[in-house]
Write a protein that binds this ligand. Structure first.
Ligand code: TRP
Length: 334
């Protein structure tokens, strides 16, 4: 095996079927990183509990997300893919880290304030501790680098500060300060053309949608609002369909659409048909692979269990050092 540059850890809440924003913002990056780093990818179901009203779909959502990940090329032979709750040490590290975490720092975080604004009736203890659990994820596996969206920057900074307080407080160096790696892919807008693509805003296109479903979503997409009639010239610079063409359509065709739209040579319906066809062609191999995984949910749980087993080895190593540094008794293995 070639020598890798270090360890990557990333986590995502089990939101079920992933959309093309998730795909280009996170998943395709996870796939690429596997070549150069030892990667650990985690489905953070405990984090999901902080905001869920019901856990009815939790396991199915975990499966659906795993299928998208695997079909996209996250390879359990190369990387560790697992479910957060299957490695219990993370909750233990969370408790220990909480002792070196000033409460005010948590309540000051913009991500916390946003959650409170969104759902003032469900400000539970776990929600306040969300960044502590996230730090526990990263630090438990001694990750060097964490690929995340820019919205997560305060959480990574928080994790680094936690390492510094922990290591200082217990005069140790067992925990490692992680670095963030932001995705450079431009943000993908939803079919409304104004908001970032998101499942909760119901403006998304799932990567595993059928060709017909994909085409129907593309047909609903908002284009240049100033273009009222087919005969009006359009402005690709403000059109989200055009932005997506830049991802899915060959450059010569993009250049042609750019010209034709501006002189009303092509209408929005035809333009969207081309986009839908290209999007479907792009995701066809992924969708085929996904169907294979879907046939075998038990096999998928096995993959996640195996991943958890490998992750547990690293987790336990860290916890042995952490317990010792803190002054807790070692746990005998028998
Ligand atoms: N908070 C992250 C998000 O909402 C998810 C997450 C949990 C995570 N634990 C993590 C991301 C560890 C990176 C590393 O996107």
């Amino acid at each position: 095996m070639s020598v890798k540059k270090g360890r990557v850890f990333s986590g995502a809440r089990p939101t079920g079927r992933q959309h093309i924003g998730n795909y280009f913002g996170a998943i395709s990056n996870y796939v690429k990183l596997q070549e150069e780093y030892d990667c650990i990818y985690c489905i953070v179901d405990l984090h999901a509990l902080t905001t869920l009203e019901t856990t009815r779909d939790l396991k199915q959502n975990t499966l659906e997300m795993t299928w998208d990940w695997l079909a996209a090329g996250i390879d359990p032979q190369k990387s560790i893919v697992f479910v957060q709750s299957m490695v219990r040490q993370v909750t233990e590290l969370h408790t220990i880290l909480s002792m070196v975490t000033p409460l005010g720092k948590l309540t000051d975080l913009p991500t916390f304030k946003e959650k409170v604004r969104e759902n003032p009736k469900n400000v539970n203890y776990g929600l306040v501790g969300y960044p502590v659990l996230m730090s526990a994820d990263i630090l438990l596996y001694r990750a060097d680098m964490v690929p995340v969206g820019v919205d997560q920057a305060p959480h990574i900074e928080f994790a680094r500060e936690t390492v510094r307080s922990f290591n200082f407080h217990y005069s140790t160096d067992v925990l490692i300060e992680p670095k963030e790696k932001f995705t450079d892919f431009p943000k993908i807008m939803g079919i409304d053309g104004v908001n970032k693509m998101s499942k909760s805003l119901n403006n998304d296109i799932e990567i595993a949608a059928t060709a017909t479903e994909t085409a129907a979503k593309v047909m609903q997409m908002v284009t240049d609002p100033a273009r009222q009639r087919r005969s009006d010239p359009g402005n690709p610079d403000v059109c989200n369909v055009f932005s997506l063409h830049k991802i899915f359509t060959p450059p010569e065709k993009v250049a042609e659409i750019n010209v034709e739209c501006r002189r009303a040579g092509i209408g929005c319906v035809d333009c969207k048909k081309i986009l839908a066809a290209n999007m479907n062609a792009y995701f066809a191999p992924l969708r085929e692979r996904r169907l294979e995984f879907e046939k075998d949910p038990e096999g998928t749980w096995d993959i996640l269990q195996q991943g958890a087993k490998r992750a547990s080895v690293i987790a336990e190593e860290t916890m042995v050092s952490v317990r010792e540094a803190v002054g807790l008794p070692a746990i005998r293995k028998d």
